[in-house]
Design a protein around this ligand. Structure first.
Ligand code: ADP
Ligand code: MG
Length: 263
């Protein structure tokens, strides 16, 4: 008798030391994924959660810059100890390589880097780990989603049509791999002028429409605010440096929503 070919199944390993792992994913680079992941982590902390931030964007790690961390993590002999900054346990491939080194990775190296960062880090007593994923729906992201048990993923995009095409691909990938999509974020969705008017520079409503089309939650719009970029460049993200800023308030509200969803 000929056996039916079975779909390949994967064992998803949970990250040890946290109650929940939430990934931040984007279809493209440059849409504000790392800015979002770092500000969301800080907002969750301000809501009283214990938070870790794993910068898993091995091609373009940005946590060293966003949190202004120049130290190398120490090891306890078995595991790497996360670096504590702003009360957040942080880990990034960027802590281990110098800023100028281009990252040229081949498949097996990517897999082993993912294993190291998910299984060989001494995360401790966390409610949430926020994972800044590599962008796109290529092999790296696929491997990550197959290997690591994630309790939810937030997909972030900008409103341009070209970004939305990739978002749809991302939604399909997570659905197929049975990773719960918490919802979609529309980042840099408008600019508020001095006249108080909203200017939709990159188009309007596309991310929300995509969410509706795929029956996913639309979480929020985050305006384009030069202050967000400036504070990120300084190594103190906006939620930490100016919690009263309008963008910070959006993050705090979102963090409260996520906290209530899980804890
Ligand atoms: N809401 C925002 N308003 C203004 N600038 C933003 C906003 N979100 C992100 N940026 C800026 O956009 C650029 C890309 O963001 P980044 O988080 O590095 O994107 P990604 O991780 O997706 O590549 C950065 O210069 C960042 O400061
Ligand atoms: Mg990034």
């Amino acid at each position: 008798m000929i056996e039916k070919p079975r779909a390949k199944t994967f064992t998803k390993n949970p990250i040890i030391g946290t109650k929940f792992t939430i990934a931040v994913s984007s279809a493209k680079g440059g849409v504000g994924k790392s800015t979002f992941a770092s500000n969301l982590s800080l907002a969750l902390k301000k809501q009283g959660c214990k938070v870790g931030l794993l910068d898993a964007d091995i091609y373009g790690p940005s946590l060293p810059k966003l949190f202004d961390i120049g130290d190398k993590p120490e090891s306890d002999g078995q595991k790497l100890i996360p670096i504590l900054k702003y009360d957040i346990q942080c880990m990034s491939i960027g802590f281990l390589t110098d800023e100028q080194t281009p990252m040229i990775w081949r498949g097996p190296m990517v897999t082993s880097a993912i294993k190291t960062f998910t299984q060989k880090v001494a995360w401790k007593d966390l409610d949430f780990i926020i994972v800044d994923m590599p962008p796109g729906t290529g092999d790296t992201q696929l491997t990550f989603t197959q290997e690591v048990k994630m309790d939810g993923v937030i997909i972030i995009s900008t409103p341009q049509e070209i970004a939305l095409q990739d978002v749809k691909r991302g939604i399909k990938m997570f659905d197929k791999l049975e990773t719960k999509i918490i919802g979609l974020i529309d980042n840099m969705s408008f600019f508020k002028g001095d006249d108080g008017k909203k200017y939709h520079i990159f188009g309007e409503g596309g991310v929300k429409k995509t969410a509706e089309e795929f029956k996913k939650d639309f979480l929020c719009e985050i305006p384009l605010d030069p202050e967000v970029g400036k504070q990120g460049d300084k190594g103190i993200p906006i939620v930490e440096s100016n919690p009263e800023n309008e963008v910070s308030k959006i993050y705090l509200e979102l963090a409260s929503k996520i906290k209530n969803l899980y804890l």
